[in-house]
Design a protein around this ligand. Structure first.
Ligand code: PMP
Length: 424
């Protein structure tokens, strides 16, 4: 069957929703939240605790020298706001800041996109999975893939249609042939999940040229793209590749960003950006679980962003990327020294991972889980990252935390283990 570009109605995504997601109704209490800001409104609704009883008065924080130094004060009013219940999507000023950032960084081809902040990107990402995938639904997914997504998707009962990744990321040819040769249109996958930058675990990224082709294919087969991009700001090249969101002419991309790698993982702040009907449905889910992301975390992040401005924020991300690039180079120097003839790898161009293929080892699982741990080196065995079970010689190493000496020592121990295992 020939497939033309699907002209989708950007107001109607109902054919993508699982019955559970479609059944979600707004919470009566949460629906009152936006009405509170109407001038003159007297609220006897809701169940807001009275902030006069809260013990916190003000909040000041000091930046590290590397982040420009200086003290930032959160005003008493803003702190009281942060300590109170607030909108499910996120604090309005924070959401507005993020929308503006998305417009200027990605220049998406449509303006009506929406944003919903979550308790980390994992929160909104898993809600998107739940919205779009039910028991037995086929999902297009990279192999290997982010283990944190697999852990959510497996019990959901989604079926994994694996797409191999190489040094240039996801391969559009495989995507195209998978969809073209799909035997039954009724079960053809409707969703593609991808980590396009600094893939976890591969460390590689999908090239701009491939992204364009993949978007075109998604357009022809009416696929929703879940662009999980927490390493976007950790790219090592001078220029960042265009995102799927920046190509989204027919409103089929949900993009997931995270503050975990650039501000703090413990703040638990991430956000989803995309077509309003899809983002709204994720927010509807949050209304019943999270109520809203932490006001204190949002206020901390917003106060810093507001004080830095967009330029200051983007400068910070460049410093973070330079830090990880340096770490990567140190790791690769140790790998060149210790793993010659023992392992192969593709140089990561973003993120914090190297995907090592152990040579002469068919199955890395026992070696890494048991023997490496005994030898006091922690790595993640490759089989964990494959959607469908298999044995693999791969192992994931992270260069984020270890000192140069410890990287060298860890890879020395790994090399010894591989050599010993080959002799057994
Ligand atoms: N997606 C990927 C690919 C990740 O690597 C991670 C973090 N390990 C997440 C999502 C979740 O990030 P967050 O801390 O924002 O929830």
């Amino acid at each position: 069957m020939a497939h033309q570009n699907v002209k989708r109605n950007p107001d109607d995504y109902s054919s993508f929703f699982t019955p559970r997601s479609a059944a979600r109704q707004p919470s009566a209490i949460r629906a009152l939240q936006p009405l509170l800001s109407i001038p003159g409104m007297i609220s006897l609704g809701g169940g807001m605790p009275n902030q006069e009883t809260f013990p916190f008065k003000d909040l000041k924080f000091t930046l590290k020298e590397q982040a420009g130094g200086g003290e930032i004060t959160v005003s008493s009013d803003n702190l009281q706001k942060a300590l109170q219940y607030s909108s499910t999507n996120g604090m309005p000023e924070f959401v507005a800041w993020l929308k503006d950032l998305q417009s200027s960084v990605h220049s998406p081809p449509y303006e009506s996109f929406d944003v919903c902040v979550g308790n980390g990107s994992q929160d909104v990402l898993t809600k998107a999975f739940e919205m779009l995938l039910g028991e037995g639904d086929n999902l297009l997914i990279e192999a290997p893939a982010y283990v944190g997504s697999l852990a959510f998707l497996k019990p959901l009962g989604a079926k994994f249609v694996e797409l191999p990744v190489d040094a240039e990321g996801l391969n559009p040819d495989t995507l195209e042939s998978t969809l073209r040769d799909w035997p039954n249109p009724a079960t053809r996958p409707k969703v593609l999940y991808t980590v396009p930058v600094g893939g976890n675990p591969t460390g590689t990224s999908t090239s701009a040229e491939r992204k364009r082709r993949i978007y075109d294919i998604a357009s022809r087969y009416d696929i929703i793209i879940l662009e999980d991009d927490p390493y976007y700001y950790l790219q090592f090249a001078a220029e960042r590749a265009p995102t799927y969101f920046s190509l989204d002419r027919d409103q089929r991309v949900l993009r997931f960003d995270s503050f975990s790698k650039i501000f703090s993982a413990g703040m638990r702040l991430g956000w989803v950006t995309g077509p309003a009907p899809l983002v709204d449905r994720i927010a509807l889910h949050s209304q019943t679980t999270l109520l809203h992301p932490s006001g204190v975390s949002q206020m901390l992040a917003f106060s810093l962003l507001d004080s830095w401005g967009k330029t200051g924020f983007l400068e910070h991300t460049l410093r973070v990327a330079a830090f990880y690039k340096d770490k990567r180079d140190t790791f690769l120097a140790a790998a060149e020294k210790r793993l010659k003839g023992v392992a192969e790898w593709v140089v990561p161009d973003a993120g914090m991972f190297v995907w090592l293929k152990l040579l002469g080892i068919a199955d890395s699982s026992d070696l890494i889980r048991t023997k490496a741990t005994e030898k006091k080196v922690l790595l993640v065995p490759g089989f964990e990252f494959f959607p469908n079970p298999r044995t693999t010689p791969y192992v994931r190493a992270s260069f984020s935390q270890a000192s140069p000496e410890n990287m060298d020592e860890a890879l020395k121990r790994l090399a010894e283990l591989v050599v010993e295992a080959r002799e057994e």
